[in-house]
Ligand binder design. Structure first.
Ligand SMILES: NC(=O)c1ccc[n+]([C@@H]2O[C@H](COP(=O)([O-])OP(=O)(O)OC[C@H]3O[C@@H](n4cnc5c(N)ncnc54)[C@H](OP(=O)(O)O)[C@@H]3O)[C@@H](O)[C@H]2O)c1
Length: 279
C-alpha cells in the first residue's frame, strides 16, 4: 500500500508509477496548464492525459511551468497519454504517438495506453507500442478499458505484457473478476473516475463513513482504493480539492467499513461499456 503522494508502485517491467495521480479529462486546453502546474506544486507526480482530451498542449505547458516552479526534473514526473484507437494501423499509431509527444513538448512518455479496445481494433496498435517501447520512447506500455476477453486475446499475441489496465472503478463498479485476472497476469489495475465523476460522494454509506472519520466523502473513497492497492487517477481543477484528495494517508478504514463500501457494487458504470463502445 502507498503511504504518500510520492510513493511508487512497481510494474512488471521494473519501472515504477506513483500510486495516485492527477487526471485532466474534460479540462479545456487553455485551462489545463494552470491545473497541471498547481498539481505538481501540490505534490502530484503523475499526470494522466490523452490524445482525445484535446489538452496535451496545455498539459505540456503545465509540466514545464510545474518543473520551473518546483525545481523538479522531468524524470521526477510520470506522464501518461493514450492513443485513440479507432482501428489504427501500425503507421498511424506511430504517428499518433509522435504527435502526442510534440504537443506535450516531451521527448519520452512514462506510460502510453491503448485508450479503448474497440471491436478488437488493437492488434496493430499494440505492435506499434511494443516497437516504441523497444526504441526507448516510452518507459512502459499498457491498455485501458480492456475486459478479460480482450486481455486474453492480447496476451495470445503480445510480446510485451501490458503493465497496466486503466478502467472505470469505484465502489459501484468494483471490477473484482477483472482485478483477479490482472493480478494473475501481473498487470496493475488503475482506477479512472474513482469518484464516479462526483456521483459516489452523496452515497449514504460513503457520507456516514466520512462523518465517522472526520474526512470528506472523496477521501473515504480514495482511501478504499489505496487500501486495496488499486492505482488511481483523480481529477480536480480546484487546488483545495487536489490537496484534500491527496490527504488520505493519516487514517485507516476498518475491514467492516471496507466491506460496506465494496458492497455498494452494482456493476454500475458512469462511462461507456467497453463491449458495446466501438471505436
Ligand atoms: N481511460 C479512460 O477511458 C478514462 C475515462 C475517464 C477518465 N479517465 C482518467 O481518470 C481521471 C479521473 O476520472 P474523472 O475525471 O472522469 O472523474 P473523477 O476523478 O472520479 O471525478 C472528477 C469529478 O469530481 C469532482 N471532484 C474531484 N475531487 C472532489 C472532491 N474532493 N469533492 C467533490 N468533488 C470532487 C471534480 O470536480 P472539480 O474538477 O470541479 O473539482 C470532477 O467533477 C480523468 O481525469 C482521466 O485522466 C480515463
Amino acid at each position: 500500500m502507498i503511504h504518500s503522494l510520492t510513493d511508487y508502485v512497481r510494474f512488471n517491467n521494473g519501472t515504477e508509477i506513483p500510486g495516485l495521480g492527477l487526471g485532466v479529462f474534460q479540462i479545456p486546453d487553455e485551462d489545463t496548464a494552470e491545473v497541471v502546474k498547481k498539481g505538481i506544486i501540490n505534490g502530484y507526480r503523475l499526470i494522466d492525459t490523452a490524445q482525445i482530451y484535446g489538452n496535451e498542449v496545455g498539459t505540456g505547458i503545465g509540466i514545464k511551468e510545474g518543473l520551473a516552479a518546483t525545481g523538479l526534473s522531468r524524470e521526477e514526473l510520470f506522464i501518461t497519454s493514450k492513443v485513440w484507437n479507432n482501428h489504427l494501423t501500425y503507421d498511424e499509431t506511430i504517428n499518433a504517438f509522435e504527435e502526442t509527444l510534440e504537443r506535450l513538448a516531451l521527448d519520452y512518455l512514462d506510460l502510453y495506453l491503448i485508450h479503448w479496445p474497440g471491436k478488437n481494433a488493437y492488434k496493430e496498435a499494440w505492435k506499434a507500442l511494443e516497437d516504441l517501447y523497444a526504441a526507448g520512447k516510452i518507459k512502459a506500455i499498457g491498455v485501458s478499458n480492456f475486459e478479460i476477453h480482450h486481455l486474453e486475446d492480447l496476451l495470445s499475441f503480445a510480446k510485451v505484457v501490458p503493465v497496466v489496465n486503466q478502467v472505470e472503478l469505484h465502489p459501484k463498479l468494483t471490477q473484482q473478476a477483472l482485478r483477479d485476472f490482472c493480478e494473475e497476469h501481473e498487470i496493475k489495475v488503475q482506477a479512472w473516475s474513482p469518484l464516479m465523476q462526483g456521483k459516489i460522494l452523496t452515497e449514504p454509506v460513503v457520507k456516514e463513513t466520512a462523518e465517522k472519520h472526520q474526512k470528506t466523502p472523496a477521501q473515504i473513497v480514495l482511501r478504499w482504493d489505496i487500501q486495496q492497492d488499486i492505482l488511481l487517477v483523480v481529477k480536480s481543477v480546484h487546488e483545495q480539492r487536489m490537496q484534500s484528495n491527496a490527504d488520505i494517508f493519516d487514517f485507516e478504514l476498518a475491514p467492516a467499513e471496507m466491506a460496506r463500501l465494496s458492497n455498494l457494487n452494482e456493476a454500475l458504470r458512469s462511462g461507456p461499456d467497453p463491449d458495446v463502445f466501438d471505436f
